[in-house]
Write a protein that binds this ligand. Structure first.
Ligand SMILES: [Mn+2]
Length: 313
């Protein structure tokens, strides 16, 4: 992977670890995907597109990069799926404990296993909001529990898992799936209330794992296993904005970007989606005030929710 000096080419004063509120972890891993190999190229394409994106967000009237976004060295561990999951877990957990808002760009969906495990260890009553065309609930697949088809199995056992946009699964996954927490794409198409109904099922602490194939292939063709009938841009943003407004989103990942020479728009969509999510997260926080906090007060809106702090309260 090409080395990028900073995220989106932002000035180094906004990119250092100490002063950044946000950390971005690239995981260019594609060890187990069954079709459309190329998610290992996702982070690089995402970072290239981010450099060509304008950093003022019209909708929120903010420049969220001024909160500080630190680009961590990519995790390149790929000796085994287990080793990759452990490396992601350690990197994510270390940055949560540094009181950073931790984000990740994949890579195939198995990169989320270690991230979700780390967030679940650090936050009480975690909801995992899973946007995807696929259920990803297999206990193991092709001999591994760390296959991308198993990405959410552990979360289904250990967290409040809410699945949105699902339109492809194996019959065997029905035994694991909690259908009351699943928003199938064919139902969402005719349900005006799915956004509110999904938010109602969430606990306060929410981790978002966003498989780009949740989106319709007409706007997101560069993914390994496209499925018709996905989410469109503005309904996705409406949903995410509401989640960020009403819940304590503790971190998120975006996975399964499989760049394609003929389609640059998907790379730009992923870049914009990431930046939109950050803009929603920090929309209400005044940049100047927050900069003061960066130097003196280390208060961060996610700290009081950390399990480790509760005994001291
Ligand atoms: Mn998927």
């Amino acid at each position: 992977m090409t080395t990028f000096k900073t995220y989106a080419g932002i000035e180094t004063e906004y990119a250092g670890l100490d002063k950044s509120k946000i950390v971005l972890l690239p995981v260019p891993y594609d060890g187990t995907s069954t079709w459309g190999k190329g998610a290992d190229k996702g982070p690089e394409a995402f970072l290239h597109a981010s450099e060509n994106m304008e950093l003022y967000d019209i909708e929120t009237d903010t420049e969220v990069y001024k909160q500080g976004i630190h680009l961590v060295d990519a995790i390149t561990e790929n000796t085994s799926p287990e080793a990759m999951v452990a490396a992601v877990h350690d990197a994510i957990k270390g940055n949560i404990l540094r009181n950073k808002f931790v984000t990740m760009i994949g890579g195939e969906h198995s990169v989320s296993i270690g991230a979700i495990r780390a967030f679940n260890e650090c936050y009480n009553d975690l909801t995992v909001l899973h946007l995807d065309a696929h259920a990803d609930l297999r206990k193991s697949y092709e001999g591994s529990a760390y296959n991308h088809a198993c990405a959410l199995y552990e979360a289904s056992e250990t967290t409040n898992l809410i699945q949105v946009g699902i339109r492809s699964m194996d019959a065997s996954e029905k035994t694991v799936m909690n259908e009351e927490n699943v928003f199938f794409a064919h139902d969402m198409a005719t349900d005006d209330y799915w956004i509110d109904n999904a938010i109602e099922l969430m606990t306060d602490n929410v981790y978002i794992t966003f498989d780009l194939d949740a989106l319709d292939p007409s706007i997101m063709p560069s993914t390994g296993t496209p499925e018709p009938g996905g989410l469109l841009w503005y309904e996705t943003l409406e949903f995410l904005k509401k989640v960020f407004e009403e819940k304590n989103v503790v971190g998120f990942d975006i996975v399964e970007l499989c760049p394609n020479q003929l389609d640059k728009s998907s790379d730009f969509l992923a870049a914009k989606l990431y930046y939109k999510m950050l803009s929603y997260k920090f929309e209400t926080q005044d940049a100047a005030e927050e900069n003061e906090n960066l130097y003196g007060n280390t208060e961060h809106n996610s700290i009081p929710k950390l399990k480790y702090d509760q005994d001291e309260d």
